[in-house]
Design a protein around this ligand. Structure first.
Ligand SMILES: Cc1cc2nc3c(=O)[nH]c(=O)nc-3n(C[C@H](O)[C@H](O)[C@H](O)COP(=O)(O)OP(=O)(O)OC[C@H]3O[C@@H](n4cnc5c(N)ncnc54)[C@H](O)[C@@H]3O)c2cc1C
Length: 459
């Protein structure tokens, strides 16, 4: 298990990261990446174990419902790079299980990769989303064949890939990319049916980063994002060689969708778990700010807080159902129910904006305009700021301002935009979650019930 210092040092590996029009000389000290690097470093520090052969708790394959429940509960406490790694590796294990019958070599490689990442205690980013070009055309019909990552050469020793993956979380501050097809490929699209693992510093990998982190993240103004904003990146593969032992799919179109489905399941479980904590925190913020503003007893405010509490509770129930109704693979690997995971994630994404709207409506305009905490110590206006932000005995101006800053940071500022998009699109958008829900929904029972109430026995 690496120390935090060894992790920071490991980022000096020659990776080619561009940010805001320039090459980043040192990822570990670039201000825009600091929240993510330090969040990951805190994770390393927390899990450091000097014993030879020690393996981080995030490198586990659940083998019972209790282990899956415990994995999900601990996942929420990890940093984003570790969460992506744990989900990415479980995705690889699930995909390996689903491919084992026909392609045991790929299954063995994916499992060996799982072991190797645990032994080296490094962090992986999941790279599935292609540039995709014209969405109405399939990969093989795109005018630019590179708009989906593809194999350009096959050699005895491995393959060469070209293309780009978009919006890749933690590529900047992780170590390896688990690359996979964004969707199912058709016969004739073998070149685009590629999955494999690529180090971020492999020759030909170019990372173009973005970040919602503030240049000067003041923890008073950005109480959450100053410690949790993560960079995203366009990752370009400019004829990158991938050795055979790191190729997990090399043209077998019938299994191109296996990877996206496996990733979707684990990523959506993680999204749902994370969002439950966010949702309950938003209910708490609504209740606290209503109290601080003297609004607690008004009917429309109680109604909105009640709706928010129902939303958070339904997500909690969906996660519990996803774990309780877990699936078991022939190898004994336990994974969440796809039906409840997708229906829960869909519900979370579909209604998130309404929850934010209700919170904003209760909290009022100071969410955006509350003065800075620093203004409280300004000798000219500090006492006025405290006086006019205070509302009643027991509710100081500073306390109320801190509530507003937290609400703005989580729901109405740069990080809030990131969160809103991640909830909507993380692990694929609403359409993808609806499609998987329908695939696993018990339509036969629904149709039988419909016929029963209709009283019809034959067409
Ligand atoms: C903050 C953030 C972090 C992310 N992190 C990662 C990551 O770590 N790794 C990763 O691989 N991806 C990541 N993603 C990508 C995410 O999975 C995608 O944004 C999502 O799958 C949607 O793809 P897109 O953004 O290309 O939008 P599009 O695919 O353009 O989708 C936009 C709309 O078009 C519709 N649409 C697109 N194609 C079709 C079609 N053929 N038929 C019908 N409708 C269509 C979609 O359903 C949707 O409604 C991240 C995204 C965000 C915003």
């Amino acid at each position: 298990v690496l120390t935090a210092a060894a992790y920071r040092e490991s980022l000096h590996d020659g990776r080619q990261v561009q940010y805001a029009g320039r090459m980043v000389a040192d990822v570990s000290s670039e201000p825009a990446f600091q929240p993510a690097v330090e969040w990951t470093a805190r994770g390393y520090a927390e899990h450091y174990d000097a014993q030879p052969g020690a393996v981080g708790p995030y490198f586990q394959i659940p083998r019972s419902v209790d282990q899956l429940r415990s994995f999900e509960a601990r996942l929420k406490g990890w940093d984003m790079a570790t969460i992506a790694t744990a989900q990415g590796l479980l995705m690889a294990v699930t995909a390996a299980s689903r491919m084992r019958d026909r392609y045991p070599v790929y299954a063995e490689r994916a499992l060996a990769y799982f072991e190797d990442i645990g032994r080296r205690d490094i962090r992986c980013a999941m790279a599935i989303t292609d540039a995709k070009g014209n969405r109405s055309l399939s990969p093989g019909a795109q005018p630019d064949a590179d708009h989906y990552v593809r194999i350009t050469q096959t050699r005895a020793s491995g393959v060469v890939i070209r293309g780009a993956k978009m919006h890749i979380t933690s590529a900047v501050n992780g170590h390896e990319l688990i690359v996979m097809p964004t969707k199912r490929m058709k016969p004739g699209e073998e070149a685009w049916a590629f999955a494999g693992a690529v180090p971020v510093n492999a020759p030909g990998v170019k990372i173009v980063a973005t970040s919602v982190a503030q240049d000067d993240p003041d923890p008073d103004r950005y109480p959450y994002s100053s410690a949790h904003a993560v960079p995203e990146a366009m990752v370009i593969f400019d004829d990158v060689f991938v050795p055979a032992e790191r190729v997990f799919l090399g043209g077998e179109v019938e299994h191109s969708g296996t990877w996206a489905h496996s990733l979707g399941m684990w990523e959506r479980l993680g999204n749902l778990g994370h969002l439950i904590d966010v949702a309950h925190a938003l209910v708490g913020l609504a209740d606290l700010i209503a109290e601080a503003n003297g609004l607690s007893r008004f009917a429309h405010v109680r109604e909105k807080i009640g709706n928010m509490a129902i939303y958070a509770t339904m997500l909690t129930a969906a996660l519990d159902a996803a774990i309780t109704n877990a699936d078991v693979s022939p190898e004994g690997y336990v994974s969440p129910s796809e039906l409840f995971t997708n229906a829960g994630k869909f519900h979370a994404a579909e209604h998130f904006h309404a929850v934010i709207r209700d919170l904003h409506d209760i909290a009022g305009g100071a969410v955006l305009t509350a003065p800075s905490i620093k203004d409280l110590s300004n000798p000219d206006v500090g006492a006025y700021v405290e006086k006019y932000m205070r509302t009643m005995a027991g509710i100081s101006g500073e306390y109320r301002m801190r509530l507003f800053h937290a609400i703005r940071d989580l729901t109405a500022d740069a990080y809030a935009g990131w969160l809103t998009f991640t909830i909507l699109l993380g692990g694929g958008g609403l359409h993808a979650q609806r499609a998987v829900t329908l695939k696993h929904y018990d339509m036969d029972t629904a149709r039988r019930l419909a016929l029963e109430v209709t009283g019809v026995t034959a067409c």
